[in-house]
Every structure is written in structure tokens, then in C-alpha cells.
Design a protein around this ligand. Structure first.
Ligand SMILES: Cc1ncc(COP(=O)(O)O)c(C=O)c1O
Length: 481
């Protein structure tokens, strides 16, 4: 070891590298038997991990072992087959190794000059997603950290294309089911809160076209400038898909930008059933789609696509003198021109490598399996007789709430919450609640292709028990009772 050069010897690199790989292989192959989630108290983690800046070094292998026993045990495993909370991230080992390669080669994919090979892989992979979404050849985009950045990037480009620098009278429209990252993106971009019109969703939690038409007309009558509609291709709460085709027709008529937030759901377009559910996605001006959700990638990888990719360049390109060598040859693609980051890593590699290794057919089956598992979950919930289905299985999500005759809504809220808290604390499965129509509601998001029907059956059985009895403590070894 040459600490002053921050170097390990060849043998030390190998030994450390193998230890890391072995640790990950054990994690991947043993995950099903581990708790789906484990949250430690702040106090416990402070006592385990608080320490002064280390002046002297330590053995890297020892440190990895310590991390495995503390840090990596104290987390929700979003790739666990019984993690149904929020939006799971059922990643895959090939992509994890791709991340190691991207990081190991320390690829810089901000400019062609510094990373032509990696930039070409990003171009190709982005183009695959463009084709899968049915967007025209003029479309393009880039990989970003996730859905929040994808929405921000798309809205920044939309604002620049349609409003330039004066947007004080502009109005943006979405349903009340729209992800908070849209509101945050508009805040970051300098829109006042009142410029976002959040319309009440319909009985299927979709953006109602008639209400949108009325709102836009009312705004125009008041001299305001309707500018952009945000449509959902799979809301976070219930996976509702807004009426994309109708919205696209309306936006074309009214000259409004249509942004489709498909961070969660747009990936379903790769299978037949998903493509039918998402008809109209191909008409969007911009789309967000997160490979770290339903394309089985580890964090962080989101994607933003614009129908006219040159609009990203118009919005973001600035050519400072210290990058003069970068801008010599036309035809070279500098991804720093298409988004917010100059220095950006090689996110595309993991999606490219896993698609190449497994093939799109495997991804298609994996997505279709998630759609099917939500239907299995709905059937088991109906059979159990103690659940009200709030929204039936659609796009990999079913939402439901505890039901028992003679109980008040408040008591049912409390039982629903007990079910989620109990099963998650037990470690057997992880579920989270949300609020729908003012009432506490549970969701199962079933997009992990490694989830079995038995996982679903047992989860539903245990949920009923926790709803009635509470509990969910772990045994001393951290395993569920
Ligand atoms: C519909 C939707 N949009 C945006 C986001 C934000 O994505 P991220 O957390 O990757 O920033 C999410 C996250 O779950 C989402 O479900």
C-alpha cells in the first residue's frame, strides 16, 4: 500500500475487489431470507458510527465488513422481493457491475472530447428508449439522476422554448395526483405557487379533460398565458394514467406543451399491455422515464426525452472559453449542452449492459410479470374479505384499505396504518400508506420480477393479522417473528 499516493498494490486491489464482489454476491443471493427493511434509531447509529475524522487509515476489508453489519443492515432493501413500498427498485447484478466499471474508468460523459465512447453508448441507449416510447427521430435526451431531475430538465426546456425569460403570466396544469417533483421543479424555475393549477382528479385519479379545458379558457379570458400541461403515465399513488391521447389533442389545439411524467410508469411501454395502457405517450413534447424504477437499474438513473431534442440545446448550451477545444467538430455530441450537469458520469452503461446481457425480451417479460403480480395481489385481497379495494390492479399497483363492518372510518384508518407499520417493522415485507380521498390507504407496488405468488399470498395474510392485532416486533437477532 502507498497511502500517500492513495494507492493499493495490485494484490491488495484484487483482494479488496474480490471481497466487495463476494459481499455483493452474498447480498444478491441471500436477500430473500433477510428482512425487507430495517430502520435503526438515530441514537443507535450515532453510537455505532459517530467518530472523529480518521487521521490514520484502516484495513479496507474490515471496513466493508463493518458496513455490512451496520450501515447496509439499517435500510429498506428496495430490491427485496417483498418490498412493495413507495416505488421499489428491483435492480440487477449486471448493472451493479456496470456501475463499478463506469466508476472504475471514471468516465466523464459531459463532452465528446473527454468521453466519446461513453457518449456514443449514451446516444445509442437513449435512442433505444426513444424508439420504445414511439417518439420520432427528432427526439432525444439524456440520462439524469432520476425522475425529479428529468422533470426539472424537461420543464426548463419547455419554459425556454415557449416563454423565454418572461413567464410571470404563465400557467401550468396538472392533476392533484401529480408527483411533488413537478411542484418543486416549478419552484426551482422561479414560478410562483399560484401559477400551478392542480385540478381535482376524477374517480379513477386521472386528470379530467373537461375541467382542464374550462381552466385554460378561464385563464385565457383573464389574460393569463396557459403554457404547459403535465400528464401522468402512472401516478405514484395508484399508477393512474391520464388520458394521454385526448390531452395531446387538446394541447396541440391550444398550443400547450405536453409533458408526460412517466418516471414510474412509462417503462411499461415495452410490453404489449403497457403499450396499450400508455397509448398517446408518443405524442408528448417531453417524457420522464426512470430506469431506476421499472427498468431494473440501481440508483441513480432517470431519463428525459424531448420530442425535439434541439430544444434542450437551446435551453442549456453555454460555451465558455475553457471548453473551446470541446466545440470544434460538428456532429460530436456534448451532453453538457442538453442538461444541467457538465461533469456527469456514465449512467448509460448499466442500462446498455443489462439490456445487452439479458435482452429486451427478458425486460419485457419482467415488466409484464409486475403487471400480473398486481392482479394476483388484488385477487388475494378480495378473497381475504377484510379489504376494500380502493383502486384495482393497474400498471403494477393495487391500493386498498382495511374493512370490518361496524368500524368507523377513523378505526379503519388506524387498522390500515397498523397493517403497514406492523409488517414493515417485522421485516417480512415493506409497505407504505398514502392518503386517497382523505382516507389512509395501503399500496402494493409489485414491479419486482423475483416476487412470487407465495410472497404475495403470505404478505396479504400477515397484513390482516397486523391490521387487527398490531405488533410486528423483531426477535433479538433482527429477524421477523
Ligand atoms: C411519477 C413520479 N414522478 C417523479 C418521481 C421522482 O423520481 P425520483 O425520486 O427518481 O427523483 C417519482 C418517484 O417515485 C414518481 O413516482
Amino acid at each position: 500500500m502507498e497511502p500517500a499516493k492513495l494507492e493499493l498494490s495490485r494484490e491488495e486491489m484484487r483482494a479488496f475487489g474480490y471481497l466487495v464482489v463476494d459481499t455483493l454476491v452474498e447480498y444478491f443471493s441471500g436477500l430473500r431470507a433477510e428482512p425487507a427493511a430495517r430502520k435503526s434509531s438515530r441514537q443507535e447509529l450515532e453510537s455505532l458510527l459517530r467518530e472523529p475524522v480518521p487521521e490514520k487509515g484502516s484495513d479496507p476489508g474490515e471496513l466493508v465488513r463493518r458496513l455490512s453489519e451496520t450501515v447496509f443492515r439499517s435500510m429498506m432493501h428496495l430490491d427485496h422481493p417483498r418490498d412493495f413500498a413507495f416505488v421499489p427498485s428491483p435492480s440487477n447484478f449486471v448493472s451493479v457491475m456496470a456501475d463499478a466499471l463506469a466508476s472504475g474508468y471514471n468516465a466523464f460523459v459531459g463532452s465528446w472530447f473527454s468521453g466519446s465512447g461513453p457518449a456514443q453508448i449514451e446516444l445509442v441507449t437513449i435512442d433505444w428508449l426513444r424508439q420504445l416510447c414511439g417518439l420520432p427521430e427528432t427526439a432525444g435526451g439524456l440520462f439524469v439522476s432520476g425522475g425529479s431531475m428529468a422533470n426539472l430538465t424537461a420543464l426548463a426546456a419547455a419554459r425556454h422554448a415557449r416563454l423565454k425569460f418572461d413567464f410571470s403570466h404563465a400557467a401550468v396544469y396538472c392533476s392533484d395526483q401529480t408527483h411533488s417533483s413537478i411542484e418543486r421543479a416549478l419552484r426551482v424555475l422561479g414560478f410562483a405557487p399560484a401559477q400551478l393549477r392542480k385540478l381535482p382528479s376524477d374517480e379513477g385519479f386521472r386528470l379530467p379533460l373537461a375541467a382542464l379545458e374550462r381552466e385554460v379558457a378561464a385563464d385565457r379570458a383573464l389574460g393569463r398565458l396557459p403554457f404547459c400541461v403535465i400528464a401522468n403515465a402512472g401516478t405514484t399513488n395508484t399508477a393512474a394514467v391520464d388520458p394521454l391521447e385526448e390531452l395531446a389533442r387538446f394541447c396541440a389545439r391550444e398550443k400547450l406543451w405536453l409533458h408526460v411524467d412517466g418516471a414510474y410508469g412509462a417503462a411499461a411501454v415495452i410490453c404489449d399491455e403497457g403499450r396499450r395502457a400508455l397509448a398517446g405517450l408518443e405524442l408528448a413534447d417531453s417524457v420522464s422515464l426512470d430506469p431506476h424504477k421499472w427498468l431494473f437499474q440501481p440508483f441513480e438513473i432517470g431519463c428525459v426525452l424531448l420530442r425535439d431534442a434541439s430544444l434542450l440545446k437551446n435551453a442549456f448550451r453555454i460555451m465558455p472559453e475553457y471548453l473551446r477545444d470541446v466545440y470544434r467538430l460538428p456532429g460530436e455530441v456534448n451532453f453538457c449542452d442538453y442538461g444541467i450537469q457538465l461533469t456527469r458520469g456514465f449512467r448509460a452503461l448499466k442500462l446498455w449492459l443489462s439490456l445487452k446481457v439479458f435482452g429486451l425480451g427478458a425486460f419485457r417479460e419482467a415488466v409484464a410479470r409486475g403487471l400480473e403480480l398486481a392482479r394476483v395481489a388484488e385477487a388475494r385481497l378480495r378473497e381475504a374479505g377484510c379489504w376494500e379495494i380502493v383502486t384495482p390492479a393497474q400498471m403494477g399497483i393495487v391500493s386498498f384499505r382495511y374493512f370490518e363492518p361496524g368500524r368507523s372510518e377513523e378505526e379503519l384508518d388506524a387498522a390500515t396504518e397498523r397493517a403497514a407499520a406492523g409488517i414493515t417493522a417485522s421485516g417480512f415485507a415493506a409497505l407504505t400508506t398514502t392518503t386517497l380521498r382523505g382516507r389512509t390507504t395501503l399500496r402494493l407496488c409489485t414491479i419486482n420480477p423475483r416476487t412470487t405468488e407465495e410472497d404475495i399470498r403470505e404478505t396479504v395474510a400477515r397484513l390482516a393479522k397486523y391490521a387487527r392485532e398490531g405488533g410486528g416486533e423483531r426477535t433479538g437477532d433482527g429477524n421477523p417473528r
